[in-house]
Design a protein around this ligand. Structure first.
Ligand code: WT7
Length: 571
């Protein structure tokens, strides 16, 4: 075990007496922080935006501090309230009601955030899609969710296969410069035609608010369904883990197409009424430091891949920037290397706090708290209110220092409430009262959790979750590809890269042009982050007798590891 330990931050943090809290805390205790505790009326958009807009001391505070190449803009809480009211009126006019799915497919922009809250204000369910998705990825998600409306841009419209989407009634185009948008609804002119007050659709805590699609080992991406109740845990972790205080300037680097970009790019910061920095576009290490410096960021939530990129760019670059306002850094999405933590201590003179959670969990569960010692390499300990353990396949807890399934006692506030239209899949997550994560880990004698790897075939590349089945399905659509098996291959920078093994159809010869063509085919058909960086042509792909691709065997071969039990192998 790694013996290096980094002591807890002294004094200035929100969560005191964490041991006591772990013993006595009840989620009920937090209700008093929400308006619905008094009014009985719930809507997460109200708690995150309107509540602050109704507070004379807060309404003119900058809520959203936006910058992207060529555009800088800020919105106060009052302005987001009005803009989202307007958008809610637009949606109502076009027949959107509580429970309808309304999807967003566009880059980060002020319009994205106003639309997002507008959707929630109508009681509809928001479905944000990552802007890099290509046609297949968009089709799968809009079909499965039976989305009724889509908000997108003229640039992305070509990736929306409208003929395959019978439930999609209308498309709103943002940033269409000719004022009209043909068959589409023009965002700008609609927004000018409606009122800026709106009577929020008050919903139940258990009513739906968000669908995030995520990948498993098999099948198409699954719709992870979250409800308004999640706000309790967004709020709690915003206080304890993000350590937010009223005058913080907060930056979460994640795109809202992923759950980090909603739970921690939208809800947690705005439930706490802090100024939220939103940075669009792709960026270099220099851009990252500039964003931190220019906006006087105090709290920063990012990912190991980004931090490793900064480590490679060197300490000199850090020293060129004035980052004195920065006081708290967190990381999520993949294992945080101890070397990165050590580097952070030198470069920023700050600890980097790892946090563990998943799309399905809706909010952070196992974390390094500012008020606790960090053991580099460990994800830390469960937050108050969460019972985590290591269980065997039957859901029985196993002793410290033994590897097993990382599991959480079911029933925390932000837990997914369904897999969209797939109750069987949902049920399969739960064993003996435990939510079983799919990660393997062990717990040490002091209660720190240590991540060991995924137990299924899910790939984690640069912190983005990719299902091998989706990539394989796309690969075999290429005319030259007969069969495909896809694995994650360890990579120092990206955590894992995607490696594909393929067989070719008769009449096709292996060449570097062909392999590049196949790679581009996945990149332009599915998405850039899902395109295999390595493709290897083989005579055959190992399969079980029932026809399942044996990815584990491919991985063992790739890594030169013992192949284990191959008794189910075909022929
Ligand atoms: C999977 C979930 C919601 C956070 C963003 C990713 C891996 C997540 C850590 C961490 C090691 C981590 C796990 C998990 N993961 N955080 N701190 N250390 N691995 O959400 O796309 O749903 O992926 O990401 O394997 O199961 P996601």
């Amino acid at each position: 075990m790694d013996m290096q330990r980094i002591p807890a931050r002294e004094g200035n943090h929100n969560l005191k007496n964490v041991q006591e809290m772990r013993a006595s805390f009840k989620w009920e205790d937090l209700k008093k922080n929400f308006t619905w505790n008094e009014t009985g009326k719930v809507n997460i958009a109200y708690e995150a935006i309107d509540r602050h807009a109704e507070n004379p001391a807060k309404k003119d505070q900058i809520a959203l501090l936006y910058s992207a190449p060529g555009r800088e803009e800020s919105l106060t809480f009052e302005q987001i309230k009005r803009e989202s009211n307007k958008f809610a009126n637009v949606l109502k006019k076009h027949n959107i009601h509580k429970g309808d799915r309304v999807f967003l497919f566009m880059p980060r922009s002020p319009e994205f955030y106003s639309s997002f809250f507008g959707i929630l204000k109508t009681g509809a369910i928001a479905g944000p899609l990552f802007e890099a998705f290509m046609e297949q990825a968009v089709r799968d998600r809009l079909q499965d969710s039976e989305a009724k409306m889509l908000i997108t841009t003229p640039e992305l419209l070509g990736r929306v296969p409208q003929e395959d989407l019978p439930n999609l009634e209308k498309i709103i185009l943002v940033g269409s410069d000719d004022g009209t948008s043909g068959d589409y609804i023009n965002y700008q002119s609609e927004m000018e035609s409606v009122n800026d007050s709106f009577e929020i659709e008050w919903v139940d805590l258990e009513d739906g608010m968000l669908l995030h699609y995520t990948s498993g080992s098999t099948g198409k991406p699954k719709g992870v369904y979250h409800v308004h109740n999640a706000m309790i845990q967004h709020y709690a972790t915003g206080e304890w883990v993000l350590d937010l205080k009223e005058d913080d300037i907060y930056w979460c680097t994640a795109d809202p197409g992923w759950v980090t970009g909603t739970s921690y790019g939208i809800f947690a910061p705005w439930l706490h009424g802090v100024t939220n920095v939103i940075r669009g576009g792709r960026f270099t290490p220099e851009d990252w430091y500039q964003t931190l410096e220019k906006n006087n960021v105090t709290v920063w939530y990012t990912a190991p891949t980004a931090l490793r990129m900064l480590v490679s760019a060197g300490e000199e670059l850090v020293k060129k920037h004035n980052l004195t306002t920065l006081r708290h850094i967190m990381s999520v999405g993949e294992p945080l290397n101890p070397e990165v933590i050590t580097w952070g201590l030198k470069a920023f003179n700050l600890r980097i706090h790892d946090t563990w959670w998943m799309t399905e969990t809706g909010a952070q569960l196992i974390v390094n708290l500012p008020s606790e010692e960090i053991r580099p390499g460990s994800m830390g300990k469960p937050i108050p209110g969460i019972e985590a353990s290591i269980v065997d396949n039957e859901g029985n807890e196993i002793p410290p220092n033994q590897m097993g399934n990382l599991a959480i006692k079911a029933g925390w506030p932000s837990m997914m409430r369904a897999i969209w239209k797939n109750p069987g899949k949902y049920d399969s997550y739960f064993v003996n009262g435990w939510y079983v994560s799919g990660d393997s880990a062990y717990r040490d004698e002091d209660g720190y959790f240590w991540f060991q790897g995924r137990l299924d075939d899910v790939i984690n590349t640069s912190g983005e979750r990719v299902g091998p089945f989706e990539v394989e399905s796309k690969l075999i659509e290429h005319p030259a590809v007969a069969e495909a098996g896809v694995i994650g291959k360890p990579d120092p920078q990206r955590g894992e890269i995607i490696k594909a093994f393929i067989t070719l159809n008769p009449g096709h010869q292996e060449s570097s042009e062909l392999l590049e063509d196949i790679r581009q085919f996945v990149k332009t058909g599915l998405s850039a982050h899902a395109a295999p960086r390595e493709i290897e042509v083989r005579e055959s792909i190992p399969k079980t007798r029932s026809g399942k691709i044996m990815r584990r065997l491919l991985k063992s071969w790739e890594l030169g590891l013992p192949t284990g039990d191959t008794s189910t192998l075909e022929e």
